[in-house]
Every structure is written in C-alpha cells, then in structure tokens.
Design a protein around this ligand. Structure first.
Ligand code: SF4
Length: 359
C-alpha cells in the first residue's frame, strides 16, 4: 500500500506548514530543495524551515505537496504529483450514519482550509482534486470561500466533491451556477424507496431532503454524479432506482453503481450488507439495461472485472485509488488485469466474492 503519511523530523516548536518537494529549481518560498541525504533520511530546506523525511526516495515524492506537522513529526502527502487520486479530507463530522461508511464520523472538526488553499495553489497543472468527509457541506461557508480562493489563484483546477446532498439551499444557486464548469458533485442515493434510503444512511427524512436538494443542483445546472453502493438492503431495488433516476434526475451526468469497501462501518457491517454481485448480477444488469435504453450514463465502480458479465464490462472503471488498491495472487496471470479495478487493500478473500476467475 502506498503510504500517505511519512515519518518526518522538524523543529517541534514550528506551526504546521505546507511545502512542495521541488522537482528541479525552487519556484516559490514553499518549494523544498533536497539539501542532503544519508541512509534512509532526506534533508530538505524551504525558505522558512528545514525538515527531514524518512523511508522515501527523492523520486517517490518529487513534486508532491506535503503538510508537515512538527508536533506529531509526520508529513501528510496532500497531493501526490504522479497520482490522479488526491483528496482533501475537509472534515470528519457528518450528520448521517451510513451502514457501510468507510470513514466513520468523529465529533471534532479541525479547520484545514488555509492549508488546503496553499496546497491547491501548489498543485500540478490541471489537477482534479477530491474533497470529501465526513460531510464537507457542514462547513459550507469555509468550503465555498476555499473554492473561490483556489479558483481565483488557479484557473486550471477542478474539484470533485463528495456530499450527502442535505445542505444545499436556494441562496446557493448563484454560487453553484458560477462554478458549474469546474465542480463535479458526487451525491449518494441508495433507493427510490424513502424508508430504504433512510435506513441505509441512518437518518429519518434524509430521502425527502435529498430529493429537494437534488432539484436545486438540477436548477443550477451543476454537474452531478449520483452514487449508489450496492448492498443486500438495496440490490433488488436497483431497477426501480434506475427508473426513478431516468424520470426525475435526467440531468445527472452519470450514475455510479459501486461495490462496498470493507473498512470502517463497512467492516463492522460487512456480513449484514455485502452483496455478492459475482453470483447474482440480475438486478444490476436490469438497472443498467434500463439506463442504457433511456440513454442515460451509468458506470460500475470498485467491481473486479471478472465479477461482471462480459456484456457490462465496458462500464467497469478502474476506480479504486492507487494507494489502497491491490490484486489477489490469482490475478497475476489474468489477461484483464491491466483494465481491472482490483480490490481494496482491506478486502478479504474468505468473506468476499465467491467467483473470482482469472481470464
Ligand atoms: S482475476 Fe483479478 S485481475 Fe482478473 S478480472 Fe478478476 S479481479 Fe481482475
């Protein structure tokens, strides 16, 4: 697994700061140049601080944007220059309690917008950065201000924001319209049955709220990616949800049907929730057929390719972020591996898909 946190040494009296590992000559005060190296330790110098990193090579981190935390003596890799999978964790707070949540909510919030703004300014050209939580829109004012500032400094960036969609208001419409070309909103919907959706997200009334707020996104002309994790609780309802989406949410840019991640509440509730689509693809297939017949975009995220019938494999994206992706020993010889999403690092064979078959 690729490490997103590196061991770092720095003057513990310093405040946390953002820096970029210079790939060549430094271009700004935040750029850190390699001053020395010896057995497993790299020494860096910026315009305002020195720090050391352990257990990495200069090539591993060239161009990366790091948040150095002197008190904890760690460096967080906010942006890996060579990866398309970079996400800022806006908050760990959330007002939902989803059965399969991979990042269970925490009560405290640490405002990181200042660091994120610097990191966005230092991002590689054309970067598309994920913003996630928790629920980022619980801190809507700070989030909107951060995005405004980032776009003012960089006209080539875009953000993909994951939100439960509960917190948009009519007065947000001008702001949503202003940035609609550069923001993609990823919003989960688990069923067209309100009780099922509310049960999955652990919040009574969530579906009614979501329906209203999705309409606002439609009014704004915002780019919308609907997201549905397939679970035992909603699998049989997927054709009905497809029908709902095509009739009520035709403005959605795409509908991503996703497999579950076995971490956080997802691990705790795995047996209760995991739906083995390798042995039963009928409802998924029916939902996809309906979407295709009505010419609305649909995609499959986090599905190992051999678990998907051949007729639907063109929809399966290599969606698992590189830092938490793995393959099984049997995948070594598989001809599909280069275009297969593989598995989450924390996937377990013993309670996972029944039918993994190298092709
Ligand atoms: S055997 Fe492995 S690489 Fe091949 S399709 Fe299945 S999961 Fe993917």
């Amino acid at each position: 697994m690729i490490q997103l946190r590196l061991r770092s040494d720095c003057d513990g009296a310093l405040s946390p700061f953002v820096t970029r590992i210079a790939n060549g000559e430094p271009r700004c005060a935040e750029d850190a140049v390699l001053a020395w190296q010896e057995a497993g330790v790299l020494g860096f110098r910026t315009g305002y601080a020195d720090f050391r990193l352990r257990d990495v090579t200069p090539a591993d981190i060239a161009g990366d944007v790091l948040l150095i935390d002197p008190r904890r003596q760690v460096a967080h890799r906010l942006i890996r220059a060579a990866s398309p999978h970079n996400t800022f964790l806006i908050t760990e707070q959330c007002d939902q309690l989803c059965l399969m949540c991979s990042q269970p909510p925490k009560p405290h919030h640490e405002d990181m917008f200042g660091h994120f703004r610097t990191a966005a300014r230092l991002a590689p050209p054309g970067a598309q950065i994920g913003l996630s939580g928790g629920e980022p829109l619980l801190h809507k004012r700070g989030l909107f201000d951060f995005i405004d500032a980032a776009f003012a400094e960089r006209d080539d960036l875009g953000f993909h924001i994951l939100t439960n969609g509960q917190h948009f208001e009519r007065e947000d419409l001008p702001w949503l319209r202003k940035h609609r070309e550069r923001l993609l909103w990823g919003v989960p919907i688990y069923s067209d049955n309100a009780a099922t959706h509310d049960e999955i997200v652990g919040k009574p009334g969530a579906f009614a709220e979501l329906s209203e707020k999705l309409s606002l996104l439609g009014l704004a002309g915002a780019a919308l990616e609907l997201r549905t994790v397939v679970l035992k609780q909603n699998a049989s309802g997927l054709p009905g949800l497809a029908d709902f989406i095509t009739r009520h949410l035709p403005f959605a840019a795409t509908w991503a049907i996703m497999q579950m991640e076995r971490i956080g509440y997802g691990r705790m509730n795995w047996t209760r929730c995991f739906f083995d689509s390798s042995t039963n693809f009928a409802d998924l297939g029916a939902a996809i057929d309906l979407m295709r017949a009505r010419r609305q975009s649909v995609a499959l995220y986090n599905f190992p390719l051999c678990t998907v019938p051949p007729a639907y494999r063109d929809l399966a994206a290599r969606s698992i972020s590189d830092w938490k992706q793995k393959y099984l020993p049997g995948c070594e010889s598989c001809s599909l591996r280069a275009r297969c999403a593989g598995f989450f690092e924390w996937y377990r064979d013993e309670d996972g898909f029944m039918e993994i078959q190298p092709q």
